[in-house]
Design a binder for this molecule. Structure first.
Ligand SMILES: Cc1cc2nc3c(=O)[nH]c(=O)nc-3n(C[C@H](O)[C@H](O)[C@H](O)COP(=O)(O)O)c2cc1C
Length: 185
């Protein structure tokens, strides 16, 4: 049974990112797949200090909840990230988690190791309040992360014009897109 890791980066509980992620996970469940879900707002994840000690050890010495995620990020066959657009980027919660993956990057790029099982796939779910949110920075960072941890980009659902919590419920076609992406993952 594939090991699925879902990470939500919204500080807002039951907001639009969570709703979109739930729909993706519903699609996965239809396909018999269960995910382990983490909400970054509930975790204690400190920022990367740029000490580069991971270049030699391959591991991050900061002892916080990222240590839980490292094990999951390495073991996962599929990874799905959900984030709101914040100032044309991902939420700081999500970016902080991404930056802490520098030790995985180091293991791959500095130490020449493979990360995780072969054939890993990753997905991005993203919501923004503007008519035309800037998604490209988030896509770029996500691709960079996935690339660094040997995960291929499996697809995305990008939703604009959802701002207040609950507005995602009024986007049935996007919810369906997320469910379908999950069901085909
Ligand atoms: C600090 C902050 C920055 C934001 N920046 C953007 C932005 O650059 N572009 C955009 O389309 N929406 C922006 N938004 C709106 C959120 O993306 C939108 O409300 C989204 O639905 C929130 O998702 P959530 O309910 O999962 O937290 C911003 C919201 C906040 C709080």
């Amino acid at each position: 049974m594939p090991n699925v890791l879902a990470i939500s980066g919204s500080p807002r509980k039951d907001g639009n990112s969570d709703t979109l992620l739930n729909e993706f996970l519903r699609g996965m469940k239809e396909n018999g797949l269960d995910a382990e879900v983490y909400h970054l707002r509930d975790l204690d994840i400190k920022h990367c200090k740029g000490c580069n000690s991971c270049f030699e050890s391959g591991y991050c010495h900061i002892k916080d909840d990222m240590q839980i995620l490292y094990a999951r990020l390495e073991a996962a066959d599929m990874i799905v990230l959900a984030t709101p657009v914040y100032f044309s980027g991902m939420s700081s919660l999500m970016k902080q988690m991404v930056d802490r993956c520098q030790c995985l990057w180091a293991r791959k790029e500095v130490m020449g190791q493979k990360i995780g099982p072969p054939g890993r796939k990753g997905f991005l779910l993203c919501v923004g309040g503007q008519r035309e949110p800037v998604f490209r920075n988030i896509i770029s960072v996500t691709r960079s992360l996935f690339n660094s941890i040997d995960v291929s980009y499996g697809g995305e659902v990008l939703v604009s014009r959802v701002d207040d919590a609950g507005e995602m419920e009024g986007e049935p076609s996007k919810l369906e897109e997320a469910r379908l992406l999950g069901s085909r993952a």
